[in-house]
Ligand binder design. Structure first.
Ligand code: NAD
Length: 475
């Protein structure tokens, strides 16, 4: 199909076609292409290539590595328009969001590449003649698994971190949204990355992870996706004593305090909730609103949510596209039915749109009962759940009552409340008075069942290294 790239495996510097399964456009369920499935022989070839790639890349100077990586970033920036169209076709998000995601992915890789030149060790003072040097060295071959909601920026986080630290990588990107990873690999190939440093495969996710993770040459596992799958992969990695970076689900609380500009907070909340149709691990979901402004906030949020323009992400002016797959529509239907049965009020949305594609509107559920399924289970879709709270204390207790701990947001002008939130909310990322959970420079990741390890920032880069202490008695 025009505007959609040919989907191939990239192993040891070679592109390879293979039979596989269709990739669907979520706006109309048309077939965009066929994602190739790797065989076990392909995975063995990728493992050999990644081992060879690691030897070359880990011995390349940080400046030399940065030069190649930054060239790939330049190429992706030049190709952003074509990449964005392919992303909207396969994932559904509006073109402007697809473009932003690609540029954000470029920014992440660029920062990692520059920071890769500063992965310094340290010298520890000791008795005369003895020197203790703490070195940070690339960990080795990385097995990476990225999901369908961010087809380019999630691979970018993993490839940027691994390559900038001097590692090689086997990336299994999403079979449902494979184009972003294919285009990313193409940019690195065109930039002159040595063969085997970056390998891209697709297939049956469980077969690939179960095959790759126990292989001795794989030294780190990084996964972005659901909590149940993350637990499975962590257990498997643990059985072989391998470290993991787990970016899992979230169920972000939003604390709306009674000292804020209600209309502005409601407007930015609706926009943030609509981003990627709510299929974002840091999507704002549980709105805990202080009593004094509860009714005004709910009305304003409802009006803004109802005005969000929904449609095919390629059409001008569309603010929210379809859900990425039929599973998400079914999940929204189940969660909304359960919430209504338990007493929630649907103030806008609440039912599938049309009969073609996976369209589901931005839905506001007010007076959310604490025992509704959606309050405990990550909706991963366009549901804004609004609850009335009588104090910040109550809101914090409710926010912390779920097993997730990824991102949280708060709107307040009170220094005391901000400090209270920063101290007590159990998350990896808290954003106050805005909805950006992380940037390239900052560590991103969760606590509790949302995972561990970090992506981004110096903390993220450190996950791709090992520490070696060399003590040298100079005779
Ligand atoms: P799922 O649990 O089947 O899959 C989640 C992701 O893991 C997918 O990308 C899938 O390809 C991959 N996967 C599944 N089994 C795997 C295995 N054994 N080895 C390696 N990878 C495997 O659910 P789904 O229907 O695809 O997605 C829905 C749920 O996943 C959501 O409820 C959300 O919680 C979570 N999710 C989270 C993120 C995130 O950014 N943290 C991204 C996508 C999905």
């Amino acid at each position: 199909m025009a505007n959609y790239p040919e989907l191939r495996l990239f192993i040891g510097g070679e592109w390879k076609s293979a039979p596989g399964r269709p990739v669907l456009n979520p706006a109309d369920n048309s077939v965009l292409g066929t994602v190739p499935h790797a065989t076990k022989a392909d995975l063995d070839t990728a493992l050999d290539a990644a081992e060879r790639g690691f030897k070359i890349w880990s011995r390349t100077s940080p400046a030399g590595r940065a030069e190649v990586i930054l060239k790939a970033v330049r190429l992706m920036r030049e190709r952003v328009d074509a990449m964005a169209v392919a992303m909207t076709l396969e994932q559904g998000k509006p073109l402007a969001q697809a473009r932003l995601e690609i540029l954000r992915g470029c920014d992440i890789i660029e920062w990692d590449a520059q920071e890769g030149r500063r992965v310094y060790g340290r010298i520890i003072p000791s008795e005369p003649g003895m020197r203790h040097s703490v070195m940070r060295l690339p960990i080795g071959v990385v097995a990476a698994f990225s999901p369908w909601n961010f087809p380019m920026s999630s691979p970018a986080r993993k490839v940027g971190g691994a390559l900038s630290a001097g590692c090689s990588i086997i990336l299994k990107a999403s079979e449902e949204t494979p184009a972003g990873a294919v285009q990313l690999a193409q940019a690195f190939a065109d930039a002159g990355l040595p063969r085997g440093v970056l390998n891209l495969v697709f297939g049956e996710p469980a077969e690939i992870s179960e095959y790759l993770i126990p292989k001795p040459s794989v030294r780190l596992v990084t996964f972005t996706g659901s909590v149940p799958v993350g637990k499975r992969l962590t257990a498997l990695a643990g059985s072989c004593m391998k470290p993991v970076i787990m970016e899992l689900g979230g169920h972000s609380p939003v604390f709306v305090c009674d000292d804020v500009d209600v209309a502005a907070t409601a407007a930015s909340s609706a926009l943030a909730k609509s981003r990627n149709s709510g299929q974002v691990c840091v999507s704002p979901t549980r709105f805990f609103v202080e009593d004094a402004i509860y009714d005004r906030f709910t009305t304003a949020l409802t009006e803004k949510a109802a005005a969000i323009k929904i449609g095919n992400g390629l059409d001008a002016g569309v603010e929210m596209g379809p859900l990425a797959n039929e599973r998400r529509v079914a999940a929204m239907e189940t969660l909304v039915a359960d919430a209504k049965a338990k007493g929630a009020r649907v103030t806008t949305g609440g039912a599938r749109l049309g009969n073609q594609g996976n369209f589901y509107p931005l839905t506001v559920l007010a007076d959310m009962p604490d025992d509704a399924q959606a309050m405990r289970e990550e909706p991963f879709g366009p549901l804004a759940l609004v609850s009335r709270v009588r104090s910040l204390d109550e809101a914090i207790d409710k926010a912390n009552s779920v097993p997730y701990g990824l991102a949280a947001y708060a709107f307040t002008n009170s220094a005391r409340k901000s400090n209270e939130l920063a101290q007590r909310v159990e998350v990896g990322n808290l954003s106050i008075n805005h909805f950006v959970a992380s940037i390239a420079e900052t560590p991103f990741g969760g606590v509790k069942e949302s995972g561990f390890g970090r992506e981004g920032g110096t903390e993220g880069l450190a996950c791709y290294t090992i520490v070696r202490n060399v003590s040298h008695l100079m005779t």
